[in-house]
Write a protein that binds this ligand. Structure first.
Ligand SMILES: [Mg+2]
Length: 315
């Protein structure tokens, strides 16, 4: 049961001995990446030490990210580059990778997939043996005269920094076929950049296609449960009660944890702040309570003193 540990559920800021007990009680630590582990190319101070220490203590650490722009292999390199030395491919669950698993293993797609997304997403699909529509659009082509690939059985939408009107128009045409699946890597509305700027997220592209098609996309990434199912099938015997989901966004990370029966921890180094959680907590809509974290830390570096105390106990 979420938050059962220690009886202090509900936006509780924890430190010191409580954090140490929580760490000892859990076997699986699920981390979101952006806003938790790093900001872009900058690691959160102390995050690498925390992750390395958890791994060296035999804890299972997995990364659960809605970012579909990179293939998992490129995450392994990024982790290494930023000082996370022991992270392996098997520990990384991106919405791109899980979308490929969904297409291959769940719906067993027969035919081509039309992808709105970055090259990293296409790479994940190719590695899973899923054929994607590959043609490059002629810059002069329009939806009035362009060719439409035959045999498209799914439209998959993720973050696409080269989105064009033509891609949206083609996807809208494919979605007229009720047999053609409509999938989204994630439904994130936007992402923070430095200097107060933001990037529109996949959710904003999906909204455009949902309006045009009159259909609802199936979302693979958080807060949908599917990414946890991918983790469970890879690490057999994983018990939700033994897991802690650590993230920075209430609407994705905390709701995901709650949907999967995991204890949740909000770290304040990213998108959501304590006041946002308090709003959901005091909401009269009970569904909003699923977005409230069980625990709150300022940063995951707050785990570090807990390791030091444990080391002292051992020595
Ligand atoms: Mg995040």
């Amino acid at each position: 049961m979420a938050g059962a540990f220690g009886g202090f559920k509900g936006c509780q800021k924890i430190r010191g001995p409580q954090l140490r007990s929580l760490m000892e009680a859990k076997d699986y630590f699920l981390f979101d990446c952006d806003g938790v582990i790093w900001h872009g190319e900058q690691a959160v101070t102390g995050a690498a030490k925390v992750v390395n220490a958890l791994i060296s203590r035999g804890k299972n650490v997995v990364f659960v990210t809605n970012n579909s722009t990179r293939p998992r292999e490129s995450y392994v390199h990024k982790f290494f580059r930023l000082g996370f030395t022991g992270v392996m491919l098997e520990q990384i669950f991106s919405s791109g990778y899980c979308s490929a698993l969904y297409l291959r293993d769940v719906v067993k797609v027969r035919g081509q997939v039309f992808v709105i997304g970055c090259d990293g997403l296409r790479r994940e699909l190719q590695e899973a043996g899923i054929p994607c529509v590959e043609e490059e659009d002629d810059p002069a082509a329009t939806i009035y005269d362009c060719a439409l690939a035959p045999d498209v059985k799914a439209v998959l939408v993720g973050h696409d920094d080269k989105l064009t009107f033509l891609k949206l128009a083609k996807a809208s045409c494919f979605l007229r076929d009720p047999e053609c699946l409509f999938l989204a890597t994630d439904n994130d509305p936007w992402h923070p950049l430095s200097g107060g700027r933001i990037l529109p997220g996949s959710g904003s592209l999906i909204a455009a296609l949902e309006v045009a098609s009159g259909r609802k996309a199936t979302v693979i990434g958080k807060p949908s449960r599917f990414m946890f199912e991918c983790i469970s099938s890879q690490f057999s015997g994983v018990d939700p009660a033994q897991c802690l989901m650590v993230g920075d966004r209430l609407e994705t990370d905390m709701l995901f944890g709650s949907n999967c029966g995991l204890d949740t921890m909000l770290t304040l180094t990213g998108v959501s702040q304590l006041e946002d959680a308090e709003v959901y907590r005091s909401s009269e809509l009970t569904a909003n309570h699923s977005l409230v974290p069980d625990y709150v830390v300022d940063t995951i570096a707050d785990f570090l003193p807990a390791f030091e105390e444990l080391d002292e106990q051992i020595n």
